[in-house]
Design a protein around this ligand. Structure first.
Ligand SMILES: Cc1cc2nc3c(=O)[nH]c(=O)nc-3n(C[C@H](O)[C@H](O)[C@H](O)COP(=O)(O)OP(=O)(O)OC[C@H]3O[C@@H](n4cnc5c(N)ncnc54)[C@H](O)[C@@H]3O)c2cc1C
Length: 487
């Protein structure tokens, strides 16, 4: 069995370790190295005084099954908790000084129903007319890499981009819609355009097709979390792994090849020899580690831009708020020139997030268009969030809980050209047998994508191991020398 070193102890690294252990069983020979004292990376939940605060992600999408499957395998099935469905409308948009309900039936940028759009006060009549013309807009040439903003403006008009698609879709990536690649962030819309010639028609056909199907038995909620906080997932992974195979406070500095193996140098001056190395660190960290091994690969990895974000959680006594919190929260278009991007009404969205007499709100700051705001200290972030909530929601009460998390260079940006860059990165990485790249930087930054990328990586790694094993066996098999037949 070959030895594998996994660098990074976030969800990607832990999922890779678990997958390797499951695949290779008892003989799995791996070591996971994490630079910080804790495991879980960006997943961090903090419980206290009846509140449950998520510092990073608060839920995962269930359309991709990787997280659900992993939770169930780890025995967390009974902890899975969908978002509440009682709140209608679910999201608001801050526009012209007030919160407007998002028109019902919006699937990110694409409308699935006409009447709610017509009735909406959020969108002007010229913009509604422009959306109606979407069915006449010609398809883009197949395979072009268009920006998210370019696509929405071309198909549905500028106002929909500014008020809905921009803050909602670019917000998921904390990105700038003018720079994000549609193909690399929301490929389903590019595919829908190609297949139907129109998003509106595509959505309607989809609705019709779904209406014809028998109702699936208890579909999981689109946004799902764990009742005790998302941190339960990395914690469960750690419990299932051999503690001897995990090292925290262990920063990897560099990597060099040594024959067919790799010498991994650590910050404390020691080093480890391994046959396989799985990187799950942010691309710019991986770049620093592989700099000497392959400067060209390092440069390509560095061209994946990262932006800083912050979350601020504020708990209030329910009796001190006047707004009803009848939804999952609101988004703020960049054109409003406010200092926050969105606010989740966490205790409406999920149960068990606040004591019964309190509510929990979570404010998002920073991202590609306001990075400097996210890089402030905790007190400044809390004060910023309180001021914004006072002006937007009229909240003047003093919070009973206030916590801010600043995430520097945390969100990878899949910008126009990302898929081409990935091809070049893959070429570079593939030229080093046994070296693998997984995690949020490449093909999806959501938790399910990170888990899937680790599972795929372990599959590739074990297949290569098997092939090598076969080749070694063949090499060591005695050569059969034909005995000449007796004449
Ligand atoms: C504020 C925020 C909210 C989010 N919300 C959601 C959400 O609701 N749903 C969702 O699905 N996704 C969400 N995401 C995205 C998701 O959380 C991340 O993409 C995912 O957790 C990344 O996991 P990872 O293991 O790839 O990377 P990380 O969690 O960044 O883990 C990398 C690890 O590598 C370690 N490391 C760094 N350098 C070294 C070194 N030299 N040597 C050893 N170890 C090193 C780090 O300490 C870290 O633990 C959110 C992200 C942020 C920042």
């Amino acid at each position: 069995m070959t030895k594998t070193v996994i660098i990074g102890g976030g969800i990607s690294g832990l999922a890779a370790a678990y997958s390797l252990q499951q695949t290779a069983g008892e003989c799995a020979d791996f070591l996971l190295l994490e630079s910080s004292p804790r495991l879980g990376g960006k997943i961090t939940s903090d419980a206290g005084d009846g509140f449950l605060v998520e510092g990073g992600p608060d839920s995962f999408l269930t359309q991709k099954s990787a997280t659900l499957d992993l939770c169930r395998t780890l025995g967390l099935g009974d902890q899975l908790m969908g978002s509440n469905s009682t709140a209608t409308p679910s999201t608001y948009v801050y526009s012209n000084g007030r919160l407007h309900p998002m028109p019902e039936g919006m699937m990110l940028m694409a409308p699935t129903m006409i009447l709610p759009i017509l009735r909406s006060k959020l969108i002007s009549w010229p913009a509604k007319l422009r959306m109606g013309l979407e069915v006449f807009v010609r398809r883009a040439p197949k395979g072009i890499d268009e920006s998210l903003a370019g696509f929405v403006r071309r198909r549905l008009g500028s106002e929909l981009l500014e008020k809905i698609a921009g803050p909602l879709m670019a917000g998921i990536h904390a990105g700038d819609p003018e720079r994000l690649s549609l193909r690399s962030t929301f490929p389903m819309f590019a595919d829908m355009e190609q297949a139907n010639g129109s998003l509106v028609l595509g959505m309607m056909r989809r609705r019709k097709a779904q209406a014809g199907k028998p109702a699936a038995s208890k579909q999981p909620s689109m946004f799902t979390t764990l009742s005790g906080g998302l941190q339960q997932l990395p914690d469960a992974l750690v419990r299932h792994l051999d503690p001897q195979r995990i090292r925290v406070n262990c920063r990897v500095r560099s990597i060099a090849s040594e024959g067919p193996q790799y010498r991994i140098a650590l910050d404390d001056g020691s080093s480890i020899l391994a046959d396989n190395v799985v990187f799950t660190t942010p691309a710019y960290v991986t770049a620093g580690i592989v700099q000497e091994l392959d400067p060209v690969l390092a440069e390509r990895l560095r061209s994946i831009r990262y932006v800083s974000t912050a979350t601020v959680s504020l708990g209030f006594r329910r009796s001190e708020l006047t707004c009803p919190l009848n939804g999952f929260g609101f988004i703020v278009p960049a054109s409003e020139s406010r200092r926050i991007n969105a606010c989740s009404w966490s205790s409406t969205k999920f149960n068990h997030r606040a004591p019964d007499d309190c509510v929990l709100l979570r404010v998002f700051v920073g991202g590609a268009l306001a990075e400097n705001l996210a890089e402030q200290d905790e007190a400044s972030l809390v004060s910023l969030a309180r001021n914004e909530l006072r002006e937007i929601m009229g909240i003047t009460a003093t919070p009973v809980l206030a916590r801010a998390y600043s995430w520097r260079r945390s969100n990878p940006q899949y910008e126009v050209g990302h898929s081409k860059l990935l091809e070049e990165i893959d070429d570079g990485a593939n030229s080093h047998p046994g070296l693998y790249l997984a995690g949020a930087a490449y093909r999806g930054s959501g938790i399910p994508d990170c888990i899937q990328s680790s599972v795929n990586t372990v599959l590739k790694l074990t297949q290569r191991d098997k092939l090598q094993h076969k080749a070694n066996n063949l090499r060591h098999q005695p050569t059969l020398i034909p005995i000449p037949a007796a004449s």
